[in-house]
Design a protein around this ligand. Sequence first.
Ligand code: FES
Ligand code: FES
Length: 160
Amino acid sequence: MPTTALTLHLNHRAITLEVVPSSLLLDVLRDQCQLTGTHQGCDTAQCGACTVLVDGKAIKSCNRLALQCANQTVLTIEGVAPNAHELHVMQQCFSQHHALQCGFCTPGFVMRALAMVHEGVPATPQAVREALSGNLCRCTGYEGIVKAICTGLEQLRRAN
Ligand code: FES
Ligand code: FES
């Protein structure tokens, strides 16, 4: 199958790889970049398990061709922590509020939460729940997730 060169600024470094033009970003991340923290839940753009940031905006990588992201900045859950020994503030909040539940949906929730910081989403349960409408938890519930994101938004905004 013919391939095309794709350059991405992926998790803080520039990479170029050959992709089949019809490849989804999700598949390129998982299969070609071995970034398997981005999960495939529904594959129909409903669950949010595949959420990553492209140029700072949360997008569903199962719904985006990799080539559409050429020369853009892509951040996955693997690139969120500042280093190998420390969690990002939002990740710490997920841990503190017991929002790390099944683990399958969690990377998508964290990425969506990080986008909220710059979207100006108020740190209130109602606003956060609305902003999470595209991310589904199928097993335990949203209570801890919403608390974690509210706390993370407050802390990150205070720090800026
Ligand atoms: S796998 Fe992309 S939204 Fe569910
Ligand atoms: S905590 Fe992951 S699906 Fe519910």
